[in-house]
Design a protein around this ligand. Sequence first.
Ligand code: ADP
Ligand code: MG
Length: 762
Amino acid sequence: MRFLSTPIANPYTLLPVLTLETPVQFVKGIGPAIAKTLAEKSILTVEDLLLHLPFRYEDRLNPRSLAELQPGETASVIAEVRGAALLRTRSMPLFEMTVGQGTTSMKCLWFHGSWLEGKFHTGQMLALYGKVEASRSGRGLKMIQPQIEVLPEGSDDALDQLLEVGRITPVYESLSGSRLASRWIRRIVWNVLAELQGSISETLPASLRARLDLCSREEALRTIHFPPAGTSMTQLQSAATPAHRRLIFEELFYLELGLEIKRRRFQEKAGVSFETSDQVRAALRSILPFHPTAAQKRALGEIAGDMRRPAPMRRLLQGDVGSGKTIVALQAMLIAIENGYQAALMAPTEILATQHYLSARRVLEKSPKKYRITLLTGSLDDDLKRAARRRIFQGETDLVIGTHALIEERVEFGKLGLVVVDEQHRFGVLQRFRLMKKDGREPDVLVMTATPIPRTLALSLYGDLDLSVLDELPPGRTSILTRQVADERSGEIWTFVRQQVAKGHQAYVVYPVIEGPKDDQPELDFALPEEAPEEESVPKKRALKKVKTEALFERPSPRLPLKSASDMYERLRASELSGLRVGLLHGRLSADDKEVVMRRFQRGEIDVLIATTVIEVGVDVPNATVMVIEHAERFGLAQLHQLRGRVGRGAAKSYCILLTGSRPTPHAEERLAAMVRTQDGFELAELDLALRGPGEFFGTRQAGLPGFRIASLVRDRKLLELAREEASRFPELPEVTAAEKAMVRARLKEAWQRRYGLAEAG
Ligand code: ADP
Ligand code: MG
């Protein structure tokens, strides 16, 4: 550990010589107490401190004049205080301040602004940042709750003068409330950079930097904090200066290099080398129920190519809902089985495992051979489970289908050749993936995902996997008509459902919760936590004091009581849908009951299936043409897209109806509008990513998606692609010196241990 090395004493100051590795505690102005606060923000060393980058910049060199500001723009201005007062309005205390430049002035308002009272005096210079709006009279301008910084007065402190005014000033996210705010950080960083002058070591090989035109690390760190006059403000605000580019590339390069090395190591492991003889091919053909699409053929070709090689396969099969991943997976499993190996298919839920089991049986029955298929679900009684495990261990079954948990935990295979993980839009299974196997060979692994992640993002998330994409839907699909309908008009919707059923079709009606207000439990199997934060972030009355204004306007209208699957099942059956065969499906039913309901729906013995999001994933009933989603505003985009994917699977015209109860938040409106506008999974994924950010989108916690310090998966895609390219050929680059390679290796090891907690890369 680097902290154990004794700092070298400098005889002149008796302080350790500052390096990037120095613990922040030894930085002038930071003692043990502050160091502890910084540690909470993961700032332990001088380097961490320097990587706490400004999140925006203010041009205090060429400040904007108030006279030129336009309503609607977000701007930073320097102006002097002309007057301020706390107004006691009926609803809340309002702090109002007038600021001015020459003859122009502007009003600034803070709701619940008592805390600002007495903090300003006339003539004080302020830097303000916020959105400019027209004042109510229409003549003047105002800013509501701008960010604000008091500028130094007089010239008593040279550093203040140097850092605060007459330059492009960095603005930082505070490190501890109002205590360690921008101004404090500027001074500390400035001093640290002065002391480190000329001693910040390089982390990228010179030849690489020269070829990609990347500046040195020292220059990057220096100018990212204190951009020289003339730096483009547009580039600064969009993290696109040469300094940003350099540091972002570095972070992504080390991520990609780590993934590349992992992948290469993996290639060296012993796997199974399957044969695809004429006989195997004939078996594959014999089970095909339809002509595969070109995309399906291509994907199977790529998979078969991997399976033939002795190195174990690690491949991601990505395809939007309905693109036909299942048959591709079945064919891959058949290759393994025909070679005398076992295959396992792991599904995220029991319903889905059961469905895979049924369709595998249906498909494989077509072959003259008798394939032995075992379904392994949690609801089997213990004796049956034990018997199943024994058959699997003794190689008496060819194909095992079950839930992730079940197969991973307790099953030992006799001769496992291929594992297919159907994780749909959930991530992170692979990282935890472990299977017991008797022989020492690594089985091939194929992961299926329905999330249409943009390619570059898929690569960075699953960088050690190869990627096959099904970018084509099977023929004969009609587009789905999607409509957003207000709750008041639900009567018309039930009439429509009746008409569709009269035509021989089936319908789904989906609710966000299983039971009524007694327990507002979201469907446990699937509901993502995505809606919760939005609701929780609604400010409580008392906590309003310092919330940003946007939060005030994001507040949704009071919640209507939630309709639940169970209650509505009773109600619809008795009234609106009386006479129809209505079924109920949710995660709290026993697995047997679930299976019975699913089978009946599949066989057309149920007309309308009232369900929770358990049906979100994978369920395949081509005769269903209507998907009604109640409280649609409460679902995330990925969920809505998945749900809609349950219809439009047959030849008949299909419909998706998004019923909205309470007035949706602006974000929810955007989601619903996008659903109405497009059916393109990639487009929806892009929007979802933009609305939620990568952390929420990928469910970082379960996925182990690396948290970036500087880079952003959304913003920096181009650089990510570049970093990946460079990383993949880096080990062979002749122009990189041995010393540089050693440096990169050491750095990689440290970066991966520290950032991703993966000790094995190195
Ligand atoms: P997903 O990729 O969502 O798992 P499925 O594998 O469930 O999609 O396939 C969706 C539906 O399309 C299924 O009913 C399947 O039988 C059908 N299907 C798949 N491939 C083809 C094809 N090439 N031609 C016709 N129908 C197909
Ligand atoms: Mg599927």
